[in-house]
Design a binder for this molecule. Structure first.
Ligand code: NIG
Ligand code: FE
Length: 390
């Protein structure tokens, strides 16, 4: 049994409004005791009987970010496509095909290294849990190897073989749907099944059939919906009790009402809104409806090439109409809910000691100082997993 006390925490964000002030349950000057990887005590007194102490004067301690939506398994990049958008080109799902080509020809080692580098970036900006999707292989072999590689990094793996119809199936899209259902899904060891249900990707019938096949094979559903056009994605998600519906940029008021009265989290992706010039003020519509809202990076080489949850918090505040408190909660507890996890996303006794320490006395600086990495260190199960930064 080893125990560490994190003392004199200038600002502690617990996400438990019974423990502290406001929706973030904020405490000042508190001490957090970690024992065997779990939070064992939160106190305003000097704790006794601990093995060691870390002084957190001047720092903020908050739950590690839970990035519930990323696409880290790919080769190449699409800087030229981004640059074309800065000259007025529109984002479409078409660019995915070029990453598919680069991914199919990349070695396992190259794909793994790329994902590791991105994960290291995420860790050093305070992310402690990251979901990772396949979706740039689109053959049986390449989708299965994508999941195999993703599993070396996280337990939250998602099969997104239904990302787009690959070029070789352009004239017979339903044959690709058959391949997903009959060959890829039965071999997949992923935890989650996802579908890009949108214009230029999969139609509602195909999407539902794929999600149902995934569920029959033991996977849990989530969906990409209403990114490029409004459709039936939200209805399908709710009818299958999906953990989360993601993107949602073109959602109708009725989609939003449906989500608000469901068990499905609305995951908004501020990095994608930022990089593809989509919807401003999207967050307010969901937050005011009472829906449970998460934010995630959507890290991928096309629509959102960032691993930084602090950046997404800043973008959620300045572009999507979140308050700072709503954004911090959506990036932590919201992400945990989008992954149906109750062991992370909060600082409370018995939860995993996954947290970030900021070189700042307030969480507000996450949005107030955009583009600056304020993370001093990141802890997973009570252990420092990044080098401390002054
Ligand atoms: O979530 N929407 C579909 N997939 C990704 C984008 C993939 C890409 O452009 O490469 C997304 O934004
Ligand atoms: Fe995505």
């Amino acid at each position: 049994m080893s125990s560490v006390a994190f003392t004199n925490i200038a600002t502690l964000v617990t996400n438990d409004s019974q423990l502290g002030d406001g929706v973030l349950g904020v405490m000042h000057g508190a001490t957090l005791v970690v024992r065997d990887g779990l939070v064992s005590q939160i106190t305003q007194k000097v704790p006794s009987g601990v093995d060691s102490e870390i002084d957190c004067s001047g720092k903020t301690l908050l739950p590690g970010f839970v990035d519930s939506h990323s696409h880290l398994i790919f080769g190449g990049d699409r800087a030229d496509e981004f640059s074309a958008r800065s000259r007025g080109e529109k984002y479409t799902a078409g660019g995915i095909t070029s990453t598919v080509k680069a991914t199919r020809t990349a070695t396992d080692i190259a794909i793994s290294r790329n994902a590791q580098n991105l994960l290291d970036e995420a860790l050093s900006s305070g992310t402690t849990t990251m979901e990772i999707k396949s979706g740039y292989g689109l053959t049986e072999k390449d989708e299965i190897r994508s999941i195999d590689i993703a599993k070396t990094f996280t337990d939250e793996t998602t099969l997104l073989a239904a990302h787009v119809i690959p070029e070789e199936f352009k004239d017979s899209p339903d044959s690709y749907v058959d391949l997903i259902i009959n060959a890829i899904i039965p071999r997949s060891q992923a935890k989650w099944i996802d579908v890009f249900c949108d214009q230029g990707a999969f139609n509602p019938e195909q999407s539902e059939a794929i999600l149902r096949a995934g569920i029959e094979n033991g996977m849990l559903p989530r969906i990409h919906a209403n990114q490029l056009s409004s459709g039936k994605g939200v209805e399908i998600a709710i009818s299958l009790d999906a953990a989360s519906a993601d993107h949602l940029s073109k959602s109708t008021n009725s989609d939003i009402e449906l989500l608000a009265s469901s068990n499905t989290v609305a995951t908004l992706l501020p990095g994608a809104e930022f990089s593809t010039h989509l919807e401003r003020n999207l967050g307010r519509r969901f937050l005011d409806s009472g829906a449970t809202v998460a934010i995630a990076t959507d890290c991928n080489p096309g629509s959102s090439y960032t691993t930084s949850m602090p950046f997404c918090i800043a973008a959620a505040v300045s572009l999507l109409g979140f308050t700072v408190e709503e954004a911090v909660r959506a990036a932590t507890l919201g992400g945990a809910k989008a992954l149906r996890r109750d062991d992370i996303g909060e600082i409370a006794v018995g939860k995993r000691a996954d947290f970030a320490l900021l070189n700042s006395s307030s969480y507000i600086h996450l949005a107030y100082r955009p583009g600056v990495n304020l993370v001093h260190s990141t802890y997973k199960s009570g252990r420092a997993v990044t080098t401390w930064r002054k």
